[in-house]
Structure formats: structure tokens, C-alpha cells
Design a protein around this ligand. Structure first.
Ligand SMILES: C[S@@+](CC[C@H](N)C(=O)[O-])C[C@H]1O[C@@H](n2cnc3c(N)ncnc32)[C@H](O)[C@@H]1O
Length: 263
């Protein structure tokens, strides 16, 4: 049962199942794993998403919730998200993300694809390679997203400026004509003008959307709704899922062309 709570782009609250509801071009407020489990198999074409990175579960001297250490005073993400603290024991995080990817794989059609963004990190001096999240799924390519520089406070390793976009594909997935000329290293500056603490840059998502042809694009960790903005720009449909009502409202205002930066 879903209850519509706005009249513009609908924000619908998820109450345990999706009952004969066309959720295309809607924002669904709820836990994405539960929502995805309620959606029919092979019902979307493309999934583009970036989950929380579990950044506040840090062994280092970087991000720690509410520590306000001088180094991270200006990093919005240091306090986590509005309604999610981004701080799970690592094995639990990997298990949760694998459950999410399992659902995503079930939801795409045979010619569909998932673009799953995550970021490697060093913990207790050793690389935590997020490939363990995608191991065993039909991974076809890892796109390297190179952001512009930052500051490295750890003398133990070089400044990391890359994130990964894991391209997990249905067996019949193909890029649109000409898109295979792009390389697998994408240099795109991080987004600076979005009040969400960890937004996609629009250019990054435009590159994915314009390289694919599917008409229904899902983002289960939707945040400020960048995936929908790009989908609309390219004349596609979207489905957003986001746990926080604050971010659902931010995404709705952004999609509907209202002032969204002050939500
Ligand atoms: C990295 S951000 C996504 C930002 C988005 N790509 C954008 O451009 O704004 C991850 C989002 O996942 C949301 N989130 C965390 N747990 C969730 C859950 N279980 N279900 C749905 N959304 C969740 C957080 O509130 C946060 O907005």
C-alpha cells in the first residue's frame, strides 16, 4: 500500500509492498532493499546508483562522526547523512550491499545494466577492495572515475583520486552506437554546489545515460535525485528510492524546477 503525499512529482511512502502502483517517474521514500524486493523482476532497464560508502566506520584519522577534527571541518559527509549514520561493521556493510546488488540484478531486463559506484579505501593500513561486494555477479567492466584532487592526510599512501563504477550487465546489454569509443577512465570533477553531502556530478550520470538506451532508469540510493535529472534531460523515465524524507523533498524540488538547494 502506498500513500501519495505530494501532487507534483509524487513522493510515495513505502509501507511494505507495492500494490498495482505505477511507480514510474516517482520518488519512493523507504528502505531500498525492501522496496526493490517488492518490485517485479526484469522491470527496469538501467540502474545507476551510489550507496553510502560506510565512511564513518573509519579506522584512520579521517572521518569520524562528530569529531570535528580540523582536517574534516569542511567535509559535509563527516556527519553522515540526515537519516543514516553510515557506520556499519564492515562485514555487515558488505553483506547489506551484496543483498542490494542481488535485487538490482533481479530487477534489470536481459538487455539492461547496473552502474554501481563505490570507492576503495585503506583501513588499518590495508586496501579494502569493494570488489568483494560485486564478486559473483555478472560484472563486465570497472570504469574508473577520476575526480579532481583533494588533500591526503595519511603519509602511508598516495592521494586517492579515483572511484569505481562497476558495470554489471544482463547478457544482452549493449551500449548505444558509438559509445564504445569512450575509454574506461572518466575524468569528471566532483560536484561542489549541491547541498547533499555526497552527490553525483551531473556530467558523470549524463555520460552513463547517453551511453545506454533503456527507458526506465532506477536509482535505489537516490539522494538529491541527480539520476532523475539526467534521465529527464535524455527523455527517459526514472524511479527513485531514498530513505530520507529530507532528500526525497530535495530531489522532488530539483526535478520540479523549484528552489531545492535550501531544503
Ligand atoms: C551517496 S548518497 C547518493 C547521492 C546521490 N547519488 C545524489 O546524486 O545526490 C547515498 C544515499 O543513500 C541514502 N540511503 C541510505 N540508506 C538507504 C536505504 N536503506 N534505502 C534507501 N536510501 C538509503 C542516504 O540517505 C543517501 O542520500
Amino acid at each position: 500500500m502506498l500513500a501519495a503525499v505530494t501532487e507534483k512529482t509524487p513522493i510515495v511512502q513505502f509501507n511494505n509492498h507495492l500494490d498495482h502502483f505505477d511507480f514510474t517517474n516517482c520518488i519512493i521514500q523507504g528502505d531500498c532493499l525492501a522496496v526493490m524486493r517488492s518490485m517485479p523482476s526484469k522491470s527496469v532497464d538501467v540502474i545507476i546508483t551510489s550507496p553510502p560508502y560506510n565512511l564513518l566506520n573509519s579506522s584512520g584519522n579521517g572521518l569520524k562522526k562528530n569529531t570535528h577534527v580540523g582536517k574534516w571541518v569542511n567535509a559535509a559527509i563527516k556527519d553522515g547523512y540526515r537519516e543514516y549514520d553510515d557506520n556499519m561493521p564492515y562485514p555487515e556493510y558488505v553483506e547489506w550491499q551484496r543483498e542490494c546488488v542481488t535485487e538490482m540484478v533481479r530487477l534489470i531486463r536481459d538487455d539492461g545494466a547496473i552502474f554501481y559506484n563505490n570507492k576503495n579505501r585503506v583501513q588499518r593500513g590495508l586496501l579494502q577492495d569493494r570488489r568483494e561486494i560485486v564478486a559473483g555477479f555478472p560484472l563486465r567492466q570497472i570504469i574508473t572515475w577520476k575526480r579532481s584532487g583533494a588533500i591526503n592526510f595519511n603519509a602511508g599512501y598516495f592521494l586517492p583520486v579515483t572511484e569505481q563504477i562497476y558495470m554489471i550487465c544482463g547478457p544482452a546489454f549493449k551500449l548505444v552506437k558509438g559509445a564504445n569509443k569512450l575509454t574506461d577512465v572518466w575524468e569528471v570533477k566532483q560536484e561542489m554546489k549541491n547541498p547533499h553531502p555526497a552527490p553525483f556530478p551531473e556530467d558523470l550520470i549524463d555520460r552513463i545515460v547517453s551511453s545506454t538506451s533503456g527507458s526506465i532508469i532506477l536509482d535505489p540510493f537516490a539522494g538529491s535525485g541527480t539520476t532523475a535529472v539526467s534521465a529527464i534531460k535524455h527523455d527517459r523515465n526514472f524511479i527513485l528510492i531514498e530513505q530520507s524524507m529530507v532528500y526525497c523533498e530535495m530531489a522532488r524540488k530539483r526535478i520540479d524546477g523549484e528552489d531545492w538547494r535550501n531544503v
